[in-house]
Design a protein. Structure first.
Length: 94
């Protein structure tokens, strides 16, 4: 029988001297590096929206919907939407 062994490394210092250290608010396993004392998730999930999805959401906003309405319909926070709108307006000014 063949078994594979995975060795994980610290993302900050590269050490293999890491141990499990509880879970975070999202339910992901945290690991503590005993050398540099950093606590991190080994493989964090990417959080973000694709360019197509972002343009789709901005198009919904352009149809005279309120920011709260867009938030309810798409699940994107108003703060994120405001940031996208600012970036888009700045890019059009140039």
């Amino acid at each position: 029988m063949i078994t594979e062994t995975h060795t994980h490394h610290c993302g900050k210092c590269g050490s293999t001297n890491i141990v499990r250290n509880g879970i975070n608010r999202c339910g992901n396993q945290q690991y503590l590096c005993k050398d540099c004392r950093t606590c991190r998730v080994l493989s964090p999930k990417s959080v973000g929206y694709s360019a197509e999805r972002r343009e789709e959401i901005l198009a919904i906003y352009q149809e005279r919907s309120s920011m709260r309405g867009v938030e309810r319909a798409t699940g994107v926070s108003r703060r994120t939407l405001a940031t996208w709108i600012k970036k888009k307006s700045l890019s059009h000014q140039r």
